[in-house]
Design a binder for this molecule. Sequence first.
Ligand SMILES: *Cc1c(COP(=O)(O)O)cnc(C)c1O
Length: 523
Amino acid sequence: MSMNKQGRKTDIKQPTSDRDDAKTHSGNRALQIEEPILFDLGDTQTTGVDFAELAPFEHRLNGMERLDDFGLAGLSEPETMRHYVRLSQKNYSIDTGIYPLGSCTMKHNPRLNEKIARLPGFMDIHPLQPQSTVPGAIDLMSELAHWLMELTGMKAIALSPKAGAHGELCGMMAIKAAHEAKGSTKNVVLVPDSAHGTNPATAALIGYKIRSVPAQEDGTVTVASVKEALDDDVAAIMLTNPNTGGVFEREIVEIAKLIHEAGAYFYCDGANFTAIAGKVKPGDLGVDAMHFNLHKTFSTPHGGGGPGSGPVVLSKRLAPFAPLPFLAKEGESIRLVENASDHAGEASPFGRMTAFHGQFGMYTRALTYMMSHGSDGLKQASEDAVLNANYLRASLSDYMSLAFGEDHICMHEVLFDDAFLKDTDVTTLDFAKAMIDEGFHPMTVYFPLIVHGAMLVEPTESESKASLDQFIEVMIALAKRAKQGDAEPFLNAPRFTPRRRLDETGAARKPILRWSPDDETLT
Ligand SMILES: *Cc1c(COP(=O)(O)O)cnc(C)c1O
């Protein structure tokens, strides 16, 4: 017998143990249904669909027609439907609960965005349609471009890059083209050691040597350390602001000045723009190129949910090198210029980043987000994102260890290290896995690399105080449990997921991406 909330006795029996090794006959756990891969589910020799016998016909493929099996699993529509729906239910998403991955800005994807993106005039158009038939789509791109340039105080834009990293590549290619146009052979790019891995990877991909700039204790970069690393070979610096530790780069204006005096360019990684949108214009800080992640700052879906989109804004100095296609004003109308030769103005595009025009479906969503918030709303979203992160910081500072000390306020994300887990046998990874058992997606762990056992938490402005309080309560309970020496539940976590600790390194190094009939069943 137990008591319900009204104090009445009920007949509901409480489980007598929470044994996590309880096995069921079916392998399912309650309504979480075990799901094999499609090919183990269906026989490739049969079909789940009844087709009428084909009437005799003559092949017109001149002997090229396929004679053997397709090898597809023969499943009926309901079987196929269940397979994919069950898989989708194993997915955790921003629509399921808080998703506090630092540096990823997993904010709510408003349904209004989806509604607008599905309007036939936006959804049913084709990139090969003549421009004269899609003036509304071009207007939308132009409006988005206007907002992005206005928010950053920058002079030109390339909308086409398809993710943040692709935007970095675009911005750095514009910088390289600008150097080449001057006959400069500068070949070094400065990158702080707190940077996201895509920064050095991007610069290396187009042939630059990377020179690391050490970050201060609080993750920021100083004028002194940039000066130390600067010489005639430096073509550019890549800085993130706020940086990957959630701290605003206080010396950024002087750093930009120094970089420009050395004949180099300033690339800003804008992945953290959600902290400063409507508050700071990167153009005013001396930035020459900056990408946005529309899928972070401007609420378009990401992760498994949708393609990224990484437009890049450029300063006046880099504007001529913007890639094709670009928008140009001609009289009263706006045209998407596909070839530099049929453009009257001055332009030396370095090439193209993509086929067609980029992620148009994300442009519609991002612009809907911007217009539904308005410029004051975007500013408030940034303020709320910062407020939420600081609420977590202040609420957890007595229980977890802040990477940069107690008296540092943060921007949109708060960074902890693993000092609070010292002598507990629990690692950052164990702690993150235990959060899964509690129904929370873990924060970003072990990034940035400059902080030991880093845990980077970004709540975003989407979370209510109630949801933050629930998160805080669980984090405090877990931290207390670890400190009390109760390491066992951490080491065995996650206990309640369909799979437990997977060989993530093995999966990354030796992925099995194709099924063949001889494969053993994947487990
Ligand atoms: C997310 C992120 C990137 C890369 O963006 P993608 O859209 O994932 O390619 C680069 N830098 C920082 C700081 C990021 O958080």
